[in-house]
Structure formats: C-alpha cells, structure tokens
Design a protein around this ligand. Structure first.
Ligand SMILES: N[C@@H](CCC(=O)N[C@@H](CS)C(=O)NCC(=O)O)C(=O)O
Length: 194
C-alpha cells in the first residue's frame, strides 16, 4: 500500500496518525497538491490528498481511507448503532477543518476580492462546532477512537491556521481533553512544521 499525502494536510494527518498508532506498513509518498503532480492526479481525479493506493485500487477521501485502514486490524469503529456516533464525530472534526480552510483561503485572496459573508459564515460554523464539542467533551473519552481522530486533527488545524481564535481560553474542557493526545509520538511526528 502507498499513501499519497502532503505533510501539512490535516486530512492526511488523520490517516498518518492511524497508520502510526496501528503500526501499519505503508509507503508514504509526499506531494504538494497545488503543484498538480501527476502522481496525485493519476490516483485521485479530484487532485486532493490523501489518496491510498491498494494494488490496482485507489481509496479516497480521508474518512473512507481511515475506515478502510481501521478495518484491517482490531477496529476503533464500533459495531452497530455506536458506529454512527463515531462517524458523526469524525464528520464534525472534518467539518472544522473544511470551515477553517475555507475562511483562511478567503484571506489569501487580494483584499478587494474578500467575501466577508462567506468567511464569517465559516468562522461562525467553526465556533459553533467548538462550542458543541466543549459541551460533549466529557463524553468523548480517550484514547484514539474513530471520532476522536478527526476531532483532535481538527483542533490541531485550528491551532495551525486560526490560532488567533484562542479556542483554549473559551473551551477549557476541550483543551484538557486534547492534552493527552498532544503528548503522543504519533501526534508529534505529524505536527506540521511552520
Ligand atoms: N474531503 C477530502 C478533502 C481533502 C483536501 O481538500 N485536501 C487538500 C489538502 S489539505 C487538497 O488536496 N487540496 C488540493 C485541491 O483542493 O486542489 C478528504 O477528506 O480527503
């Protein structure tokens, strides 16, 4: 198996943490999506990382890759009804990444092209998602679970791209919840260098 990823991608980070935590043997191929590398386009027509090459098959996007790799050994994803809660929490973590990425991208454009309505909508969605997580922080538990993986990586991405939100000051339970993850080797090894 081969994982095409970029070292700064929060979506790829979920997969890389899962690989490290589960000790899965995979070749990593680092790429830069915005340089439109053919290796990526050949694997994923959408031109997005991560993409997982399994023999003749390619699996994307990141929640699907996580679910596939998780299924190869004792799964984090539970059976039955509980799986839907974990998948929903995973979607919430991914949604935080989507929203932060979108409102940060708005600010990369020349200022006269900024669409404040859209940026503010994404920022508000991020705040609401963080507030929701603060309200359920006691139920999240640890260590890694299918949902926790995306939530932790979502919070890591807020730290990387939106540190001015200072979310830890407003969400103390969530900040405390993240602390044990931040001490893990898999977390440190996948923290983007700025
Ligand atoms: N929903 C996708 C999102 C992947 C994604 O947007 N990756 C970014 C890097 S963080 C990317 O490759 N962007 C390149 C592009 O959109 O052209 C997933 O979860 O895998």
């Amino acid at each position: 198996m081969k994982l095409i990823y970029s070292p700064t991608s929060p979506y790829a980070r979920k997969v890389r943490i899962l690989i490290l935590e589960k000790g899965i043997d995979i070749e990593g191929v680092a790429t830069v999506p915005f340089e439109d590398e053919s290796v990526l386009h050949d694997a994923n027509p959408l031109g997005k990382v991560p993409a997982l090459v399994v023999g003749e098959t390619v699996i994307y996007d990141s929640p699907v890759i996580c679910e596939y790799l998780d299924s190869l050994s004792k799964p984090w994803l539970p059976n039955g009804q509980a799986a839907w809660r974990q998948k929903t929490l995973h979607a919430l973590g991914d949604g935080i990444i989507d929203a932060v990425l979108t409102f940060r991208m708005e600010r990369i454009r020349p200022q006269e092209q900024w669409w404040d309505f859209w940026a503010m909508r994404q920022e508000n969605a991020t705040v609401r998602a963080l507030q929701h997580l603060e309200s359920v922080a006691d139920e999240l538990g640890g260590p890694w679970k299918f949902g926790n993986l995306a939530i932790a990586c979502g919070l890591g991405y807020v730290d990387l791209r939106a540190s001015d939100m200072q979310w830890r000051d407003h969400m103390p339970k969530l900040a405390k919840w993240l602390e044990p993850f931040e001490k893990l080797e898999s977390w440190k090894a996948t923290t983007p260098q700025t």
